[in-house]
Design a protein around this ligand. Structure first.
Ligand code: NAP
Length: 483
C-alpha cells in the first residue's frame, strides 16, 4: 500500500507555492513505523518576513470587503474539504498516527469551522450605549486587528488549523500559519484547498520548519498584531514573554489536566463509555483528555471494572489497519513520559487493572496499551502532570467537598467532567469547578458553536462560538456629538 502523502512545498506566500533555491527540506515520518511519508520546505527568517509582508499588504483590501464576500472562499473551502475528506484523513493518519475513522472525524469537524465562521461574521458586531446627554450617541464597534500569526500543535493538525484560520479571516484579518513540525502535511493540504477556494493573494500564508527562528520573526515583527497559539504551557509562556515588547495580543490555548468526577448516583455505564472515549481517543493525546478519574469511594471498584472492560475492547495498532481504534503515540519522548507516569504511580501504591505496557507484538518504542490504574495517590505524577497517553488513574473521594477540592487542585483549568443524576449537585459542583469548560454527563466539549478554552495555567482565549470570532477583533468606541 502506498504510504506517501503527495502535497505542495509547504511554503505558501502571497497566493503561490514557493520552493526557494537551496532550501532545506524537513522529513515527515509515520509514527506507526518511522518511515518517511512526505517532506516540506523549511522556511528561513526571510521567508517568514516575506509571508508577514504579504499578509500586511493584503490586509486593507481584505478588511474592506463585506463579511459576506469574505465568507465566499470559506464556503468554497468547506465544500472542497468535504469532497476530499477521505484523502485528508489518510494523510492525517500517516503523519499523526490517529486511526483512519477518527482522522476523518477530525477533518469533518475542522470543516465545520470554515462554514460556521463564514456565517458568523455576518452577524451584528456592535452595540449602541445609553447616551450621557442629548445630542450624543455612543457606539461600540468591532474591527479587524491586522496580521495574525497562528501556531498549531501536532495532535489535531487539521481541525486546529481550520479553527484558527476561519474566524481570523472571516473577521477581516490576514494570517501567517506555522504548523507543528511533526504534522505539517495536513496544513499543506488545507492550504492547497484555500488556494483553490480563491482567497486573494496574501490573505492566508503558510510557513513550516524550525520553530525558534520562525517564532522569533513572528513575535518581533511590528506588522504582526496577534499571536494565536495552541500548544504546551512552556512554549505559550515563552511566546507571551516575547510579545511583551511589541505589545501584541496573545491568545493561548494550552495544556490541561482534566478531572473526570464520578459520583455514586451516576449512570456508571454511561460514565464508563464517556470516560473510555475521553481517555482513549487519539491515544489519550488530547488537551481535554480525562487525566484524573475521581470516583466516589463506594463505586470506585465498579468504575474501574467497567473501564477495564472497555479497555479490553480497544484494538491498538497502525491507524490505517481496519479495526484499529488506538494508534501509536507521536514519538519516543511521549512514550517515555507515559511509561514514567505509570511506573511512578505503581511505586506510590497504585495498582494496574489492565495495560501498563505495549500490547503483544507491537513496537514498544511506538505503542502503549490502554491502561487503568486504581488506588493512585493525588500527588502522583499522573495525577498532577499532563500524561498525554491512554492511562486512566482512579483516585477515590468521600464527599462532594473533597471531590471539588481534588478536582480544583491543579495549575491547569481547561476541561472538567462530572457525572451525577442529582440535578442540584450537577449545578453546584459544575459551577464550583475552576475550569473553562465543564461537561455534565458527557465526554465531549468541542462543539463549533461553543467557546472552547481554559483559565489559569491552561491559557487565555476562546476558539469556537461567537467568542472565537471576537478573539480576532479590536473594540473601538465612537462618541458622536450632533448638538
Ligand atoms: P508545543 O511543543 O508547545 O508545540 C506547539 C507549536 O508551537 C508547534 O507548532 C511548535 O513547533 C511550536 N513551537 C515550539 N517552540 C516554539 C517557539 N520557540 N516559537 C514558536 N513556536 C514554537 O506543543 P505540542 O507538543 O505540539 O502540543 C501538545 C500540547 O498542546 C499539549 O500540552 C496539549 O494539551 C496542548 N493543546 C492544547 C489545546 C487547547 O485547545 N487548549 C489543543 C490541543 C493541544 P514544532 O512542532 O516545530 O516544535
Amino acid at each position: 500500500m502506498d504510504r506517501i502523502v503527495r502535497a505542495a512545498s509547504g511554503q505558501y506566500v502571497d497566493g503561490g507555492w514557493r520552493e526557494p533555491a537551496r532550501s532545506k527540506r524537513l522529513s515527515v515520518r509515520d509514527p506507526s513505523s518511522g518511515s518517511e511519508v512526505g517532506s516540506v520546505v523549511a522556511a528561513t527568517p526571510s521567508d517568514v518576513q516575506a509571508a508577514v509582508q504579504a499578509a500586511a499588504r493584503a490586509f486593507p483590501g481584505w478588511a474592506a470587503l463585506s463579511p459576506d464576500e469574505r465568507g465566499e472562499p470559506l464556503r468554497r473551502a468547506h465544500a472542497l474539504v468535504l469532497e476530499r475528506a477521505d484523502h485528508l484523513a489518510r494523510a492525517l493518519t500517516l503523519e499523526g498516527g490517529k486511526p483512519l475513522e477518527e482522522a476523518k472525524g477530525e477533518v469533518l469537524w475542522g470543516a465545520e469551522f470554515l462554514l460556521w465562521y463564514a456565517e458568523e461574521a455576518r452577524r451584528p458586531w456592535g452595540e449602541i450605549l445609553a447616551s450621557s446627554g442629548p445630542g450624543q450617541r455612543l457606539y461600540v464597534r468591532r474591527r479587524p486587528r491586522g496580521v495574525i500569526a497562528c501556531i498549531t500543535p501536532w495532535n489535531f493538525p487539521s481541525s486546529l488549523v481550520a479553527r484558527k484560520v476561519a474566524p481570523a479571516v472571516a473577521g477581516g484579518n490576514t494570517v501567517v500559519l506555522k504548523p507543528a513540525e511533526q504534522t505539517p502535511l495536513s496544513a499543506v493540504l488545507l492550504f492547497e484547498i484555500f488556494h483553490e477556494a480563491g482567497f486573494p493573494p496574501g490573505v492566508v500564508n503558510l510557513v513550516c520548519g524550525d520553530p525558534e527562528p520562525i517564532g522569533a520573526v513572528l513575535t518581533s515583527s511590528p506588522d504582526v498584531r496577534q499571536i494565536s497559539f495552541t500548544g504546551s504551557v512552556e512554549v505559550g509562556k515563552l511566546l507571551l514573554r516575547r510579545c511583551a515588547d511589541s505589545v501584541k495580543k496573545v491568545t493561548l490555548e494550552l495544556g490541561g489536566h482534566a478531572p473526570f468526577v464520578v459520583f455514586a448516583d451516576a449512570d456508571l455505564e454511561l460514565a464508563a463509555d464517556k470516560l473510555a472515549f475521553s481517555k482513549f481517543q487519539n491515544a489519550g493525546q488530547t488537551c481535554i483528555a480525562a487525566n484524573r478519574v475521581l470516583v466516589e469511594r463506594g463505586v470506585s471498584g465498579e468504575v474501574g471494572r467497567l473501564l477495564a472492560e472497555r479497555a479490553a475492547e480497544v484494538r491498538v495498532g497502525d491507524g490505517l489497519e481496519p479495526g484499529v481504534t488506538v494508534g501509536p503515540l507521536i514519538d519516543g519522548a511521549a512514550l517515555g513520559r507515559v511509561r514514567e507516569h505509570v511506573a511512578d504511580a505503581v511505586s506510590r501504591g497504585g495498582r494496574l487493572l489492565c495495560g501498563g505496557s505495549e500490547p503483544p507484538g507491537l513496537d514498544p518504542e511506538r505503542f502503549f496499551g490502554p491502561t487503568v490504574l486504581t488506588g493512585v495517590p493525588p500527588d502522583a505524577r499522573v495525577a498532577t502532570e499532563e500524561t498525554f497517553g491512554p492511562v486512566a488513574p482512579l483516585i477515590a473521594f468521600s464527599s462532594e467537598e473533597e471531590a471539588v477540592e481534588l478536582a480544583n487542585a491543579s495549575e491547569y483549568g481547561l476541561a472538567a467532567y462530572l457525572f451525577t443524576r442529582d440535578l442540584g449537585r450537577a449545578h453546584r459542583v459544575g459551577e464550583a469547578l475552576d475550569y473553562g469548560m465543564v461537561a455534565v454527563n458527557d465526554g465531549a466539549l468541542g462543539w463549533v458553536q461553543a467557546p472552547f478554552g481554559g483559565i489559569k495555567g491552561s491559557g487565555d482565549g476562546r476558539e469556537g462560538g461567537r467568542q472565537g470570532l471576537e478573539e480576532y477583533l479590536d473594540v473601538q468606541y465612537l462618541s458622536v456629538n450632533f448638538d
